[in-house]
Design a protein around this ligand. Structure first.
Ligand code: BG6
Length: 513
């Protein structure tokens, strides 16, 4: 069977994109390659203007050259975030043909006045503008406030007030706050100058095809729904394991830690996709309402149900976290988190969700594993139900993108003997791999005004509430016994104990997938 023909997407209407943090890593490694891929697939607006803003002493030509050099470094690198074979001149020209650079200090009101003039001069963009904050989180509030003060969020709506004739939108990266109170304060500050429909709180996990596919799997197929509840599901394990350490981000990571960096955002987004009720439609309001219901129904995690870890040195001279650049040699920051969560609603009451995420682990795996309850009885000789390997549905987000079902079959032979086997769908077997680093869909959605894959103010606040007690406890009490797992291992022993307490075990990371 061949993959069905695709529904073609149309390029968004004309616009300007202003990138604050034009000289930064995010812009070079992810945003510009994603914009290039959009241009390559015909999904960049035909009339598109790019304005870079940063402190660095650049001009349009030097900025363009530095971006080109970065793109060149991606050519032929299969393992890199951006996989391209060459830079096509016409595509590059479309992306950078109308680009400019403004050198400026984000705290200088004059910068925003200059931007205003530049936007007024932009021809053919209809005044539409997307501000992308590719900057450290301490700049979110001051930059957004100044954009607002300069009147740059003002839109023109059509007579019925249904559609903006000139739109203005802002994309805000993570971390969105560092706890519930700061997230609320940031939301309040932003909402003083912009309206919710203009605010796109981004979580790049939602740009991953396999994450979006969870909704398709659940809601475009009738066969899973009868199984998708507390009657049939024993528990859910969500894993986001990385093999990389903190690399050069020690300064950021020291004050962030694995919990803030990954859990209330990326991992919770995976959880919401699995746990949400069917939305009334696939518009932003319906989908985000259902996700918010999940976050609202989640218990505030008891610190007794959370485990933290920090990697120590590993084999072959791999440095421990405390030896990394810009890290305190006595650091108490966690690089690993595991926790057990409960969702208080009719579908999930009593079904534990176990999450774990960590750096420098055995294997890079992002996976959702759903374990089903055993058969009620096992009418096979010498087999009791407890001895049967469980049925699992495995949704693999990365690096291998697949969906697999594990179930029991009869082993060939004269006696009835059972064996666990896997049936697997691999994306790569059905769909040609197109260059995609995950930001393409999200940037495209901002340009078309679709907020479905972005966080609403209340969602972010709820997620911080869920981890609030753990954060408080961990901030107040420095972890004892750090480092407590070896680089390249499966994580700390306490995380295994968290499962064993409930008579369960983590799926081994090292297992062939
Ligand atoms: C980022 C975190 O948001 O996500 C990083 O700050 C982490 O620490 C990264 O490595 C993981 O994303 P991905 O797409 O590489 O799985």
């Amino acid at each position: 069977m061949a993959a069905p023909p695709r529904r073609e997407a149309k390029p968004p209407g004309p616009c300007t994109m202003v990138i604050f943090g034009a000289g930064g890593d995010l812009t070079k490694r992810l945003l510009v390659p994603a914009l290039y891929n959009l241009a390559h697939t015909g999904l960049l607006p035909e009339t598109f203007e790019l304005i870079g803003v940063d402190l660095a002493d650049l001009d349009a030509d030097t900025w363009r050259d530095s971006l080109h050099r970065m793109m060149e470094s991606f050519i032929g690198k299969a393992a890199g975030e951006s996989r391209i074979d060459r830079i096509e001149d016409d595509v590059w020209q479309h992306l950078t043909g109308r680009m400019s650079y403004i050198k400026g200090d984000f705290s200088d009101d004059g910068l925003y006045q200059m931007l205003k003039r530049r936007l007024e001069q932009a021809s053919g963009t209809g005044g539409n503008c997307l501000f992308y904050l590719a900057v450290a989180d301490r700049f979110f509030e001051p930059v957004v406030t100044r954009i607002g003060k300069a009147g740059l969020f003002e839109e023109n709506w059509d007579q019925d007030g249904q559609k903006p004739e000139r739109w203005r939108r802002v994309v805000i990266e993570k971390p969105f706050g560092h706890d519930e109170a700061s997230a609320k304060a940031l939301n309040a500050a932003i909402l003083r100058v912009a309206e919710e429909h203009q605010i796109f709180r981004i979580d790049h996990f939602l740009g991953k095809e396999t994450v979006q596919n969870i909704m398709a799997l659940r809601f475009a197929n009738g066969m899973f729904e009868p199984l998708w509840n507390r009657d049939r599901i024993d528990h859910v394990q969500i894993t986001a394991a990385e093999t990389v350490g903190v690399e050069t981000r020690g300064r950021f990571y020291e004050k962030t830690g694995a919990l803030r960096d990954m859990v209330p955002n990326h991992v919770f987004q995976l959880l919401a996709m699995v746990a949400m009720e069917p939305p009334a439609g696939f518009d932003a309001r319906a989908v985000r309402n259902r996700k918010t219901d999940v976050f609202t129904a989640m218990h505030t995690v008891d610190p007794k149900d959370a485990v933290r870890g920090q990697y120590g040195p590993g084999p072959d001279g791999v440095a421990g976290y405390r030896q990394e650049q810009d890290v305190d040699p006595d650091s108490g920051t966690e690089t690993y988190v595991a926790m057990k969560l409960g969702i208080d609603n009719w579908r999930w009451a009593g079904v534990p969700f176990y999450l774990r995420t960590g750096k420098h682990m055995t294997r890079r795996v992002t996976e959702i594993a759903i374990r089903f309850k055993p058969a009620p009885s096992a009418p096979f000789e010498d087999t009791d139900v407890a001895a049967l390997p469980p049925n699992w549905l495995l949704l693999r987000i990365q690096p291998e993108e697949s969906i697999a079902l594990q179930f029991e079959v009869k082993r060939p032979g004269p006696v009835v003997d059972l064996a666990a086997v896997r049936m697997a769908f691999k994306y790569a077997d059905w769909f040609p791999k197109e260059p995609n680093i995950g930001y393409e869909t999200l940037i495209y959605d901002v340009m078309t005004g679709d907020q479905t894959l972005f966080n609403r103010a209340d969602m972010v606040e709820e997620t911080w509430r869920v981890v609030g007690k753990v954060l408080e406890t961990w901030t107040a009490e420095k972890a004892a016994g750090f480092p407590n797992y070896t680089s390249g291992s499966e994580g700390p022993a306490d995380a295994d104990a968290l499962m064993q307490r409930d008579g369960r075990a983590w799926r081994p990371l090292a297992e062939e997938r």
